[in-house]
Ligand binder design. Structure first.
Ligand code: G6P
Length: 607
């Protein structure tokens, strides 16, 4: 969602802030701004548009300033505009904010009554004024900020600078992530360490309620009770290739092709012989799994689709019932929690506000334990969950999730196997699936070769306004994921249905203007699915069917595309690949902003 970068250095920080914003831009991008502190003055520049528009404001002459804060915004309160962009200022104070201040209306009223005029329509501006109002009764900027923060309800990560207290940045987090980056004789802050990888590989992750005071030589962190605390310094070793597209046109394209390698990384060190290793979800997890009687999954977007596929595996492999909820709905339905239930969250970023809120809510319930499937080991979700497994997919930059999804599926399969192993269920089936997992990266490479065929059908879909995706059983969530991918990046309206439901409504839509994209693996209901597709044909529908080689069907309008063979339980992963490529090729033809589709953000850190 929105992104924050801050720097306090000996050198000018402008270039560091701009590079940091560019690295975060995929998270929120309707406007951008920065404040630089130079010789006791703060200069603030803001604009609607992308980071490059902000750069253009400065032209050739790069501004000076050794302390600065910067922000990319994804509008929540107040339209995207240069006035509503961050930083927000009040007297000597300049502030950037991620999150949502829920009591902003009452605070705005209270502040206005004190004769202070607001310049924007944002919730964030109250923070700047509140800090300023506390300056005269405080001994330091940190004290003024802490007093102001105590008035806020909602979620925030903030960075503050002041002309009264130059040479430092105050940062704080509650509900939105913030990290301190450590350099030599210079220090930084950001909402994601990725923003700072060009300047450091050493980070301190703030915990909930922490307030940090950062100067160029030093940093100190105070917990929610105002007590000075030590936090671990984490050294990140992985090579940072995330910001390079290399030979690819888009990050999404690159990430689609990274999937075979990403899956190798997800499996690495987690299998042994023909079974999963014990405790791959953390020390003691295999013991806990023996007790599990039920699973509750909570996630959003693509991650939720991964959970829906996995619910089938938990049933057939682990012999456990699963309940699955949208994270934004879960805690509002007053869920009944059965004894010995395992609470599972799935999240690429580990920072999705609703998923995190779901976990925090679940902690107050009688769950046996919590577990997360996540791609970011340093994320809030990973740090707050009892057990976890990291998908090791590497940074995913494209807003539309690709490699995060398929690696989540692999990690969820490892969970199904681990639960089955701890519960002493289905040893032969486990061995079969482990062998299939080992073969999976090779089969994915075969799937990727379908691109030429997909390039041929993409123009037929790119000219349509609607599309229908069909799948049955474990393929219904894959149909939903295919529809989500297409709508996210091509802006074509797409819906998914279990094929058997067609005749209960959607069949009325079928004509030559609504392409039907179906998945027909070799399953026990393959014949029934083919009958459903015949119903589409009989009504003049255009069919694009991704099918097992054994399935025969005559398709006059559309195309039958034969998929590589693979163990049925893993076919959802294989069939996802052509759907990703299809949405990518269609979006290319429609000329949309593929990596940063309109109105969407990669990591949704507000509820
Ligand atoms: C946003 C992204 C989706 C993602 C969803 C959940 O909507 O655009 O790609 O699936 O958030 O994100 P998470 O990081 O929790 O998996």
């Amino acid at each position: 969602m929105c992104g924050i970068v801050g720097a306090v250095c000996e050198r000018d920080v402008y270039a560091i802030l701009i590079e940091g914003l560019k690295r975060l831009e995929y998270r929120g991008y309707d406007s951008a701004g920065l404040s630089l502190l130079n010789n006791g003055n703060i200069t603030t520049q803001k604009t609607i548009g992308k980071v490059v528009d902000l750069e253009n404001l400065f032209g050739e002459s790069l501004p000076s300033g050794t302390v600065g804060i910067a922000h990319t915004r994804w509008a929540t309160h107040g339209v995207p505009s240069s006035i509503n962009s961050h930083p927000h200022t009040s007297g000597p104070i300049s502030v950037v904010h991620n999150g949502i201040i829920e009591n902003h209306s009452e605070l705005r009223k209270e502040i206005t009554e004190q004769g202070i005029k607001f310049s924007s329509n944002t919730d964030s501006e109250v923070i700047a004024h509140l800090i300023n109002l506390n300056v005269c009764t405080s001994n330091s900027l940190r004290e003024a900020a802490t007093k102001a923060l105590s008035r806020l309800d909602g979620a925030y990560a903030i960075c503050v600078i002041s002309t009264d207290d130059p040479g430092k940045i105050i940062g704080a987090r509650s509900g939105s992530p913030l990290v301190v980056g450590l350099g030599i004789g210079e220090n930084f802050m950001a909402s994601d360490q990725m923003a700072l990888r060009q300047v450091t590989d050493r980070f301190v992750y703030l915990e909930e309620g922490d307030v940090a005071e950062v100067t160029k030589e030093d940093f100190s962190i105070f917990n929610q009770n105002g007590v000075l605390v030590e936090r671990d310094v984490t050294q990140i070793n992985e090579l940072d290739q995330s910001s390079e597209k290399g030979e690819y046109k888009h990050f999404m394209e690159k990430e689609i092709y990274e999937q075979p390698k990403a899956i190798i990384n997800t499996l690495d060190g987690r299998l042994s012989g023909d079974d999963v290793l014990n405790n791959i979800f953390g020390l003691g997890s295999s013991e806990i799994f023996k007790k599990v009687k039920r699973i509750q999954i909570v996630a959003c977007g693509t991650s939720l689709h991964a959970g829906r596929v996995a619910a089938n595996w938990f049933s057939s492999i682990s012999e456990l019932p699963t309940q699955i909820d949208y994270a934004s709905e879960y805690r509002y339905r007053n869920p009944h929690v059965d004894e010995d239930s395992l609470f599972v969250t799935i999240s690429q970023s580990g920072e999705t506000a609703d998923t995190l809120a779901g976990l925090r809510y679940a902690k107050g319930k009688n769950y046996l334990s919590s577990l997360c499937i996540c791609n970011v080991p340093t994320s809030s979700l990973a740090r707050e969950t009892d057990y976890s497994i990291f998908t090791n997919a590497g940074p995913e930059i494209g807003v539309a999730s690709t490699k995060a999804f398929t690696t989540q599926l692999v990690a969820l399969m490892l969970l199904a196997l681990s639960l089955a192993k701890s519960r002493g269920r289905n040893p032969k089936l486990r061995a079969r699936v482990v062998a299939a997992l080992r073969a999976l990266p090779e089969i994915l490479l075969e799937s990727l070769k379908l691109r030429d065929t997909i390039v041929e059908i993409a123009p037929d879909i790119a000219t349509k306004d609607n599309a229908l995706f069909l799948g049955r059983g474990i393929f219904y969530p894959i149909a939903k994921e295919g529809a989500l991918k297409l709508k996210e990046i091509s802006y074509i309206h797409a819906e998914a249905y279990p094929a058997g439901e067609l005749k209960h409504g959607p069949l009325a839509l079928i004509d030559e203007d609504i392409p039907v994209i179906a998945m027909a693996p070799d399953s026990e209901i393959a014949e029934k699915l083919v009958s459903n597709l015949e119903e589409v044909k009989a009504r003049g529908g255009i069919l694009y069917v991704f099918s097992d080689p054994s399935i025969s069907m005559e398709i006059e309008s559309g195309k039958l595309i034969k998929m590589p063979k693979c163990d049925f339980l893993l076919t959802p992963i294989i069939y996802t690949i052509p759907l990703q490529i299809l949405s990518y090729e269609v979006a290319l033809l429609r000329g949309t902003d593929i990596d940063q589709p309109r109105n969407l953000a990669k990591s949704v850190t507000v509820e």
